[in-house]
Structures are given as C-alpha cells and as structure tokens.
Design a protein around this ligand. Structure first.
Ligand SMILES: C[S@@+](CC[C@H](N)C(=O)[O-])C[C@H]1O[C@@H](n2cnc3c(N)ncnc32)[C@H](O)[C@@H]1O
Length: 356
C-alpha cells in the first residue's frame, strides 16, 4: 500500500510514475496554497504530498485515468469490487477488448457530466494494468489487429513472471500474523468514511485480498476526497483560473518525455509535447505565485537554466527498463525548478515539518 518512497501508492504500475521524486519535488514547492498536476497518470506526486491544507487539481488526457480517480473519489468500494479478480488470461484479453471499445463514449460522458464515472471501467482498468506486461494497456485497438485480410493475434501473456504488481502484490504480512489485522486500528480510527468492513469482523468469510484492496481504495478515497479531477489537454489547467487565482501554486509538469519509450493511451510516444511544455515554462516561470517543477531526462530542458531555473536529480525505479539506453535514462531523471521554488535544502530537511 506504500510506495518505495514510503508514500501512499497508486494501486497500479504506471510508466513514468514519480513516487520516488516526491521528496525532491515537495521540497521545491514548500507550503503552497494550491497544487496542480496536469499530467497525472498514477498521481504519484499528489499521493506523496505532505499533510497540509491546499486546493488540489489533477488532470490527464486519458479518460481511463481520469475515470479511475473520479470513481475512487466517489465510490471506492464499487471500484474495489471490480478490481478484485484473479489473473486469468482470457479475461485479460476479453476485458481489454471491451475496455478499448468504451474509450470514445467514456471521454464524452466524463466531459458531459461532472458527476459521471464508471466503477466497472475503473476497476477493470486497474486490474488489467496490474496484469498486463509492458506498455500499451488500453492504448490501442485491442489484441486482435487487422492486417489486410488477416487477423493477427498480438496477445502477450499476462503478468505471471513474479508475484504480481499493484493490487496483485504479495500480501507479505499475512503469514507473519499481521496483514488485515494489522490494519484494524486504522480502520477503527475512522479512515474511509464510506467504507464497510464486510468480512474483517467475521473470521472465515471472504478473501484477505478483498479486504486489502478495500482498505487501500478507502485510503485513496480519503486522499482524493476534495481533489478536483479534470480530463483533457494539459493547457486547460495551467490557466490562472486553476493556478494563481487560488494563491501560491505548486505546478508539477510531467509530460511524456521527448525520448521516452512510453506508449501512453493519450499522447502516444515522445513527440513535441515536452518542448511545448518547456516553452510554456519559459514564458511563465517568473510569476512569483508559481513554483513550477518540470520533469525530463538530463539536458532535455536545460534551456530554462539561463532564465533562473535550477535542477535537482532523483533516481527512478528501472521497472521494465531492459535495454542499456532505458537503464541510463532511468538514472538521468532530472527536475527543472522555476526561480520562485524553495531553494535546495540540506539533506536532513524534514519534509513533514512544513505542513500547516
Ligand atoms: C509521464 S506520464 C505522468 C506520470 C505521473 N507523473 C505519475 O506519477 O504517474 C505522462 C501522462 O501524460 C498524459 N498525457 C499525454 N498527453 C497529454 C496531454 N496533451 N494533456 C494531458 N495529459 C497528457 C498521459 O496519459 C500520461 O498519463
């Protein structure tokens, strides 16, 4: 339930997830009134925020991402119900095929109605992301590709190579006599206002994984409760109506990298987006009400340094990085911090001291 960085983890693996950068980024933001994350993905930076009162907005162009976070904010138990399913290859491809056919309608409905969400799409999307190997989950047309007259089977095996990821992770503490029992004190302390504890009080009923997922999603629900979730192009949420009108704003910009190999359902692979975001940063970095952190590989945004930006580094998990180039990229992760960010601090800085 906790990421490697010790913060609340997203329940699915995500290419380019920034959990390990949380400490460096929040040091650069300090105590802001408002937080905006236009390329949210797994929302690692939001989930890793220190406690404190602030307005928060996340956005992603991918409707599956936005629907997941909206559904978690409104009905975590229904999402958990749909996400709780064993790894089954035929289900993975059947569900993938069904999900990609929902894409267009999903985005339209998300845009048309601010209350609308689909818990089944959210749960299945999360479950599949945990079982799918590599990139491309819900990014294309499904596993059956039409090549002229032929239908090509492009399926790959689900994630069977280890004990699993995200919600499939090994329940390490159960054999040690902890697991769900260990969590009971938190539950009785009132976390997760809508959460029911269907099986925890009744030994022998239900599966511990269900309780584990329910509790995890309940915590995510608590975290997301007052966060505004948008779905669309990043440029819509960097306007002053979303940012500086709410006071001193931390703006975390993590677009697909120029040389990235990540095939996002929205935005695809690489492209000019990172350069567009850099241009926006160059034009807005001097605003005293903005503390901006932009992510990239070493050198990618060095053009900003002449305008008073400074860099910090962090190390990403290697994840699926198998090639030498991908491993080198994971070691060259860089953050460009705008001139009004908090200056770098000593190593023994306590991130949680700055909470209001
Ligand atoms: C590098 S990932 C962000 C990862 C995220 N920081 C995390 O910790 O999981 C980039 C994200 O940008 C989204 N994206 C791509 N093009 C976009 C656009 N034009 N506007 C908003 N989001 C976009 C992708 O769907 C993807 O989730």
């Amino acid at each position: 339930m906790r990421s490697i960085a010790g913060t609340l983890a997203a329940p699915f693996p995500y290419f380019g997830g920034k959990a390990n950068a949380c400490e460096a980024v929040w040091q650069a933001f300090g105590a802001v009134d408002n937080y905006v994350e236009p390329f949210a993905g797994s929302a690692a930076m939001l989930l890793g925020a220190p406690d404190g009162k602030r307005i928060a907005t996340i956005n992603d162009a991918d409707g599956f991402v936005a629907n997941f976070w909206r559904a978690i904010a409104q009905d975590p138990e229904a999402v958990a119900h749909h996400a709780d399913w064993p790894c089954n290859e035929v289900d993975l491809f059947a569900r993938h095929s069904w999900l990609v056919r929902q894409t267009q309608d999903l985005t339209t409905r998300l845009h048309a109605d601010p209350d609308w969400f689909d818990a089944k799409i959210a749960g299945w999307w999360c479950w599949g992301a945990c079982n799918w190997i590599g990139s491309g989950w819900c990014a294309g047309q499904g596993p059956w590709i039409h090549d002229g007259e032929k239908i090509v089977d492009s399926r790959q095996l689900p994630h069977l190579g280890n004990a699993g990821q995200g919600i499939n992770r090994k329940l390490q503490h159960l054999s040690a006599g902890q697991g769900i029992n260990r969590k009971l004190p938190h539950l009785s302390a009132g976390l997760g206002i809508n959460r029911q504890l269907p099986h925890l009080g009744n030994a022998g009923k239900g599966h511990p994984r269900r309780a584990y997922i329910m509790e995890w999603f309940g915590k995510l629900h608590d975290r997301l409760r007052d966060v505004r979730v948008a779905c669309g192009d990043w440029s819509r949420v960097v306007k002053d109506s979303v940012t500086t009108r709410h006071g001193l704003t931390g703006l975390f910009l993590d677009p697909p990298y120029t040389l990235g190999a990540m095939d996002y359902a929205a935005g695809g692979v690489g492209g000019d987006l990172a350069a567009e975001v850099r241009s926006w940063c160059a034009a807005n970095g001097q605003d005293k009400l903005l503390r901006i952190v932009l992510c990239g590989h070493a050198g990618e945004h060095d053009a900003l340094i002449d305008a008073g930006w400074h860099t910090r580094t962090w190390t990403a998990r290697k994840g699926y990085a198998l090639t030498d180039e991908a491993v080198a990229n994971s070691a060259s992760e860089t953050l460009w911090c705008s001139p009004h960010c908090v200056p770098k601090v000593a190593d023994n800085f306590d991130l949680f001291d700055m909470a209001d």
